[in-house]
Design a protein around this ligand. Structure first.
Ligand SMILES: Cc1ncc(COP(=O)(O)O)c(C=O)c1O
Length: 470
């Protein structure tokens, strides 16, 4: 590996290696069997183009290196990512941050150990804990009732959980929340250090933070031991690509164990195209153009908020402790889902997500001001329509905000004999499955949780629920 990569000059070794491979095609007698696009359905080829298919290659071929373990240009690209994000080690991930969370759970927690984790964590953390057999100790963040979303997790809540529980293998927090609410990670990290417990931060939605002082401080700079980033969400890489970073200083995570765990979980035929998009995204975020686009994203979000300030019935979540590129909006008289539908059907706008009360707008690297001007025009029209006389309120609830009543261990419940029964008959029984809808991927029901009447408004689309048998 080239350890002397020029610090100042931005390079993207995988991008360069793919360019070279494209220019120097070999006679191919290996996978992928479509052989640079010759063996695919013609309309698909026409749709995506020959070039993309010619670049669809995998581990070991065309001098592009391997993912597990990282070698060649893939290793160089991971090294550059570690430098850019301030990590000791960065792993490129296919299958999203999901696989990063699975690897952290499987590689660092053991059956019966406890994991202090926020109730609004993503379902991938739950899956990881089911796989490892570690037991969640649920901590509840604040609730922002007016917005029907979760708020911050306080260091005091974490401290209480650590004081009340022994054999805690790690504290695992989601920051920011899906809607962009930011917790005091430095404070949480101090608590973890006092209790000598590693801190993992699911920063899936915060991968831009390292590249602008106007964004919240990344967890790797605040004492987290390991962090996952969904680069594909907001960082400009292709869908399902993410990174797992291990902190530079005194990380309490065993990198070799994690590497072995990722090898267990990852495909053995990684897409070089997807991996290259991670290299490209990192290079772009470090570049002047990338920084300008982050600045523009922040300015565009500010513009949107300033315009909403002038409206009568439209509001946004206004807090200094939110990621400025995420704007959570609500309109008097409309549920979040209804607002989402109006924007989609009447204005051809797709938003990131909709919840009980609001919609989430992401101000992205690729949006220009005109996108926001159009959105503002549409919101102005919606603002003038008075829905308060005939409010369009969704009967279904979307953001699970319940405090789970745990009756069985997570893994035991998941693997116990189970039966599928009508949801109304399921009341009073113990859930055997993870019920979570994406977005935001927060569990409505966990294996081992008592099912109550309170769950029903979230389960409108379900006829049956899997429960523990008998
Ligand atoms: C907080 C959080 N963590 C992890 C994930 C999983 O990320 P990915 O889709 O990259 O697998 C998500 C996905 O929405 C998420 O919101």
């Amino acid at each position: 590996m080239n350890e002397d990569l020029d610090e100042k000059k931005i390079t993207a070794p995988l991008v360069e290696a793919m360019k070279t491979a494209l220019k120097n095609p070999t006679y191919q007698f290996h996978i992928p069997g479509h052989t640079k696009g010759q063996g695919v359905y013609q309309p698909f080829r026409d749709l995506v183009g020959e070039r993309l298919l010619a670049l669809d290659t995998t581990d070991e071929f065309d001098n592009l290196g391997t993912l597990n373990p990282p070698t060649g240009p893939i290793k160089e690209a991971e090294l550059l990512a570690a430098k850019a994000f301030g990590a000791q080690r960065s792993f490129f991930l296919l299958n999203g941050s999901t696989i990063g969370n699975l690897a952290l759970a499987m590689g660092t927690t053991k059956r019966g150990q406890k994991v202090v984790v926020n109730r609004n964590c993503h379902r991938s953390i739950l899956t990881g804990l089911i796989m490892s057999g570690a037991e969640p100790v649920w901590v509840l963040p604040d609730k922002l009732d007016d917005w029907s979303i979760w708020g911050k997790i306080s260091p005091q809540t974490i401290e209480k959980a650590l004081a009340e529980n022994e054999d805690v293998s790690c504290v695992w927090v989601t920051n920011p929340t899906y809607e962009g609410v930011v917790s005091d990670i430095a404070g949480i990290s101090d608590v973890c250090k006092r209790y000598n417990v590693p801190l993992f931060v699911d920063e899936a939605h915060g991968c831009l933070w390292n590249f602008s002082a106007k964004l919240p401080t990344p967890a790797l700079q605040q004492g987290a031991d390991a962090v996952v980033h969904s680069l594909h969400k907001t960082g400009g890489s292709m869908s399902q690509t993410s990174m797992l970073h291990i902190a530079k200083k005194d990380s309490r995570v065993d990198i070799e164990v994690l590497e072995r765990t990722l090898k267990l979980l990852h495909t053995t035929s990684p897409s070089l195209l997807l991996l290259t998009s991670l290299d490209a995204a990192r290079a772009h975020l470090e570049s002047e153009q990338g920084k300008e686009q982050i600045e523009r994203a922040i300015n565009n979000a500010d513009y949107l908020k300033n315009q909403i300030d002038k409206m009568k019935n439209v509001f946004y979540l206004d807090s200094t402790d939110t990621d400025p590129t995420k704007v959570f909006i609500r309109v008097n008289g409309l549920s979040g889902k209804s607002l989402e539908m109006i924007l989609e059907h009447d204005y051809n706008i797709e938003v990131e997500s909709a919840s009980d009360i609001g919609i989430l707008i992401l101000s992205n690297l690729g949006n220009d001001l005109s996108d926001f001007e159009y959105l503002v025009d549409c919101l102005k029209e919606i603002d003038k329509t008075d829905y308060s006389e005939h409010p369009i309120i969704d009967k279904k609830k979307h953001m699970p905000m319940l405090t789970p009543q745990i009756k069985m261990r997570l893994r035991d419940a998941y693997f116990a004999p189970k039966e599928l029964i009508n949801k109304y008959e399921a009341i009073g029984r113990i859930s055997a499955e993870v019920v979570a809808e994406c977005p935001p991927g927060i569990a409505i029901l966990l294996p081992g949780e008592l099912i109550t009447e309170e769950h029903l408004p979230y389960l409108k689309d379900y006829k049956e629920i899997e429960v523990i048998k008998g």
